[in-house]
Design a protein around this ligand. Sequence first.
Ligand SMILES: NC(=O)C1=CN([C@@H]2O[C@H](COP(=O)(O)OP(=O)(O)OC[C@H]3O[C@@H](n4cnc5c(N)ncnc54)[C@H](OP(=O)(O)O)[C@@H]3O)[C@@H](O)[C@H]2O)C=CC1
Ligand SMILES: O=C(O)C1=N[C@H](C(=O)O)C[C@H](O)C1
Length: 266
Amino acid sequence: MSPRLRIALAGASGRMGQMLVQQILASSDCLLVGAGVSPQSGQLGQDAAQGLGQTCGVRFSADLNEVLADAQVLIDYSRVESSLRSLVACETLGLPLVIGTTGFGPGERERLAQAGQRIPVLWAPNTSIGVNVVMALLEQAARQLNAGYDIEIVEAHHRHKVDAPSGTALQMGEVMARAQGHSLAEVATYTREGHTGPREAGRIGFSTVRGGDIVGDHTVMFCGEGERIEIAHKSSSRVHYAQGALHAARWLANQAPGLYAMRDCL
Ligand SMILES: NC(=O)C1=CN([C@@H]2O[C@H](COP(=O)(O)OP(=O)(O)OC[C@H]3O[C@@H](n4cnc5c(N)ncnc54)[C@H](OP(=O)(O)O)[C@@H]3O)[C@@H](O)[C@H]2O)C=CC1
Ligand SMILES: O=C(O)C1=N[C@H](C(=O)O)C[C@H](O)C1
């Protein structure tokens, strides 16, 4: 039997971090070896599975060197500034890094590409296998519905989410803009208010809903004359994001340096 993949987590106390702890403990081929949290965490030193009513022997730590000491790969779902610190630590140690964090600006995306020259990095604003299949459907739809259809993306998430539009919505916009021969920056409309005038053809519109405990919904509308096509993905749990991240980590652990996306490992 081959040895288990030794995984460290950054953002281990968060909604995604705890789902990952649960999925790693339930898996037969992965082992949790580090659990990173913020220095301000009230859970420092606590067992990483305590919140799940279990014990795993790995304690929450804000010391990245300690978190990564025995790891073969780091999975990070945290905040942009913390993921950038993970990037530096993984570059120093030569460790593969899966990043699920969203909210990166253009400069920070460039930083991911730079790190990819030294270590394997997979950044995915959505690690759900289902969402990544939807990305391929959107690419095809945008290519074939290139004229006469207005594209609108509506996303809805829980009240705690700190970035908008969601990373997934932005990636959907990028995929469809590219399929129609543009960059997203050229065609995106992020806000509408007051006297907007009629809708300009060729734009991709974004609408954001935040409330309650909505896990994550994305609906793309292709609005034409006399018809509307909708392609939607709705999450009722975070388990599929975590399973996708473990799939990505198993794959990334054996890759050469590079900046990869979820589609590369599917
Ligand atoms: N790619 C995907 O499929 C998905 C991506 N996401 C993205 O993942 C990220 C996390 O989401 P979620 O789990 O809901 O967020 P939470 O707020 O629940 O968790 C954030 C985690 O990051 C830690 N953290 C925050 N700031 C720092 C810091 N400065 N240094 C170190 N650790 C820090 C927190 O630790 P502490 O508690 O100590 O503050 C906590 O463990 C978001 O960007 C979200 O958009 C979410 C779901 C799916
Ligand atoms: O913050 C979340 O919860 C989610 N974030 C990701 C995003 O911004 O797209 C993925 C998923 O939608 C859940």
